[in-house]
Design a protein around this ligand. Sequence first.
Ligand SMILES: [Zn+2]
Length: 292
Amino acid sequence: MLVSKCPVCGNDSFQLLHACKDHVVSHETFSVVTCTKCGLGITQPQPEINVIGKYYQSSEYISHTGKQQGLQGILYKTVRKYTLNRKRGLIQSFFKTGNILDYGCGTGEFLATMKQSGWRTTGIEPSQQARTKAENLLQQRIHADFNTLPDELYNTITLWHVLEHVHNISETLSKLRSLLHPEGYMFIAIPNHQSLDAEIYQSYWAGYDVPRHLWHFTRENMKPLLHNHQLNLVTTLPMKFDAVYVSLLSEQYRNTSFLKRWLLALHFGLKSNRKAKNTGDYSSLIFVAQPA
Ligand SMILES: [Zn+2]
């Protein structure tokens, strides 16, 4: 499906940013174009909802299966544990407890972390494989979509690297906004293609992850997107590990040899974080929003 209108600003003119390869599953090439008005990146063409499932069929797609092997797998798990605790700390700096909806909860590790801290947890996950794992981990029902949710409002709604995978971003944000308590907060984490690591790796940047990532956000277009849905941006926070991890994957896509891959990923990842200290353009960003 070709996107003809920018879902953030309604503009219909785009320019080619990169031709990116799907390095993980299909090895097909997709264009990433940017909206000439708001800079939103758009994968073109976008696989339709009923066929995109095949682009997730890979043991390497770790956010869904959780079993990458080797040193990189160990690093991923160590970093994941740390980031899970950091995410919990961030949420708890807003509310000590409450009810949380994690949209695109994957295999449920984040919700499990929150549940351990006494939160009431609700998850939505479209992938049946991931959903089953989350249900086993959490010992609770995980919803496939909005249709089966109980009638209640949440004081915390989270989307951890999920919005870029969602076909109907406007519909989804509207629905989530209607589920958010008037004094609640929404946390949206996305890869940021304005980061230095994106600039360094160009079409090899792992944050593009085509065609699973349908949209490529920046600070410039997140604010109007939130505004379209009566949400005000409260603050923007970095996910500092992502710069190194995304650089490591990008080096892998560039076929860099094993040792060199690690050295360069550390070098460029840390360089990206250093630059972002001044610009704010970290490799991944968390947008914290509140009902307007
Ligand atoms: Zn636009």
